[in-house]
Design a protein around this ligand. Structure first.
Ligand code: F6P
Length: 358
């Protein structure tokens, strides 16, 4: 008997179900003695032994279904070593559930924090296989995470729609795109949607520079300006603040989010009408795009192969178009940032996109 535990953790994304389907279809394709234990709401289900037994049927018809059939929750890594409100040792509880069910391995689908806890469980002796989920595409070790392309498609569609109304009204539009620490979605959707300005956490901007770009465009007779701003975009001035100072600033900020701050800066410096659009969690919702369905199916099959071969302690990854496995010890705690010196940034600048930095 092959007993496989499975959980989805952290913010959801479009291709979680597609990935689990890929894993389970591959396992059942090779063995008929598989038992799947689906833990509910991420690590919470493992901690409190809340699971359901699933069969291959549960994974049929979910390729195109967004969200996760297992549910998810955020269980911050830094709190994993802290006891819960009843004094329960969460790590010991997770190990207890794993051993009680006599699992052969645990499959974990998640982003950065999730991978850190996955590595912790590996260090504690559990057999772990993980998969790279996040719309942010910020996991180190894989060129692509599933969810990213679907989110880019949605954010691009938003920018496309804003374009027509911005043109009609001669307005500046700020579209706020998900990504607190990294700007991959904003960068790709910004380029795909033909944004005039893209603001990323990795490239601090100068509000004066933004205003100059907008005023110059207006003088040239351009009827609108579209700004794609990542949630974590930051001014050059703020980039010099310490972590503590930045936290204080955010706590006392009069703005609900970064787009409103950018709008306020622009209103001081231009006489253009400014509007804000925040697609928010729609970027994580709905059906996975075709690219993500292929990626998820491949990563799922590759994770299943690891399980069948008894190779544990790895994250399934995509590198240079080929599936591969990366040691969890290397993945945990590392983020993949947009490199301001990379060719994609140079090319975007060459076609006239401003990043507000020069
Ligand atoms: O990590 C994925 C992500 O969607 C980020 O892009 C975003 O900043 C964050 O999650 C939103 O988190 P929550 O769903 O907890 O509001």
């Amino acid at each position: 008997m092959l007993r496989v535990g499975m959980l989805t953790s952290g913010g959801d994304c479009q291709a979680l179900n597609a990935t689990m389907r890929g894993i389970v279809k591959s396992l059942y394709g090779k063995r008929d003695d598989v038992e799947i234990y689906g833990f509910q709401e991420g690590y919470k289900g493992l901690i409190y032994s809340n699971f359901k037994m699933l069969t291959s049927k549960d994974f049929s018809g979910i390729l195109t279904v967004g969200g996760t059939i297992l549910g998810t929750s955020r269980q911050p890594f830094k709190k994993m070593r802290e006891p819960d409100e009843n004094g329960l040792d969460k790590v010991e509880a997770m190990k207890h559930t794993y051993h009680k069910l006599n699992l052969d391995c645990l499959v974990i689908l998640g982003g950065n924090g999730t991978q850190k806890t996955a590595n912790l469980l590996r260090e504690e002796g559990l057999n772990i296989v993980s998969l790279p989920k996040t719309i942010d595409n910020d996991l180190w070790g894989t060129d692509m995470t599933f969810g990213f392309q679907s989110a880019v498609d949605i954010a691009t569609d938003v920018i496309d729609k804003i374009h027509t109304t911005a043109t009609s009204h001669s307005r500046v539009f700020i579209v706020e795109i998900m990504g607190h620490r990294v700007g991959w979605v904003a960068l790709h959707a910004g380029i795909a949607g033909g944004a005039d300005i893209i603001l990323l956490p990795e490239i601090p901007y100068d509000p004066e520079n933004l205003a100059d770009t907008i005023n110059r465009r207006a003088k040239e007779g351009k009827r609108f300006t579209i700004i794609a701003v990542a949630e974590g975009a930051i001014t050059k001035k703020d980039a010099k603040l310490s972590k503590k100072e930045m936290k204080e600033k955010q706590a006392n900020s009069p703005y609900p989010s970064v787009a409103y701050e950018v709008a306020a800066e622009l209103q001081k410096r231009t006489d253009q009408e400014v509007r804000i659009t925040v697609p928010g969690h729609t970027q994580r919702g709905g059906i996975p795009c075709a690219y993500d369905r292929v990626l998820s199916t491949r990563l799922g099959a590759s994770a299943a192969q690891m399980i069948l071969d008894g190779e544990f302690g790895y994250m399934a990854a995509m590198v240079d178009g080929e599936t591969t496995k990366i040691p969890l010890s290397e993945v945990a705690g590392k983020l993949k940032y947009v490199d301001p010196k990379s060719s994609i940034i140079k090319e975007a600048k060459l076609v006239g996109i401003s990043f507000g930095d020069e």
